[in-house]
Ligand binder design. Structure first.
Ligand code: FE2
Ligand code: FE2
Length: 198
């Protein structure tokens, strides 16, 4: 157990040193996401350290340009679908997840998936994945910029599934209002949690 803990903490420190090289504004967002993820983990009785790791790693590739995201994803053998070709920013989660597995030697599948799917969500997310997803979307700066998110904030302490549904209703609704394309994983996530909670 102690060996497992010390290798986990080694990976955590390694991620922290990668975060320190990111642009300041991104570091600020990551830090606010980490603080909220840790608070939600405590409230919901979920592993705080794993949620914290997912939060600090989730945007490791968010600063890359679209062309760099495509090139890096291709060279890392990440499958790219038509939605991601059109909107390469969608690849920043999958690419950071790949870095976690390969360069950073993270062995924790839930942490890796919390990073991989933090943009769209996916059906059957675990509690760690739900918390990283929600903390990324509802960190205080994002809520300040989007006061409609207050309703989701009011749900997140009581029930993670309800908060995800409220968030997706807001997010998918605003994409539809602009005649935008909704990533199929976001729709699948909506359908899954709606049926699960009805
Ligand atoms: Fe992100
Ligand atoms: Fe983020």
């Amino acid at each position: 157990m102690r060996n497992l803990d010390s290798s986990f903490e080694r990976v955590y420190k390694h991620i922290e040193s990668r975060v320190a090289e990111l642009p300041d504004s991104l570091i600020g967002h990551i830090e606010r996401t980490r603080i909220l993820a840790e608070r939600l983990a405590q409230i919901h009785g979920v592993n705080v350290r794993k949620c914290s790791m997912g939060a600090i790693a989730h945007d490791l590739a968010r600063h890359l340009t679209e062309s760099k995201l495509l090139v890096e994803s291709q060279s890392s053998k990440i499958p790219i679908n038509s939605y991601e070709y059109k909107s390469p920013v969608l690849l920043h989660g999958p690419l950071a997840a790949r870095w976690l597995e390969s360069d950073l030697n993270c062995q924790d599948k839930e942490v890796i998936n919390s990073v991989r799917y933090h943009t769209t969500g996916h059906p059957e997310m675990t509690d760690i994945e739900k918390i990283v997803f929600i903390a990324d979307k509802l960190e205080p700066d994002k809520v300040q910029r989007n006061p409609e998110l207050e309703l989701v904030v009011s749900r997140m302490e009581a029930n993670l599934d309800t908060a995800i549904l409220e968030y997706l209703k807001f997010r998918i609704g605003s994409i539809l209002d602009k005649n935008g394309v909704v990533h199929p994983l976001a729709i699948d996530t909506w359908n899954y949690f709606l049926q699960k909670n009805n």
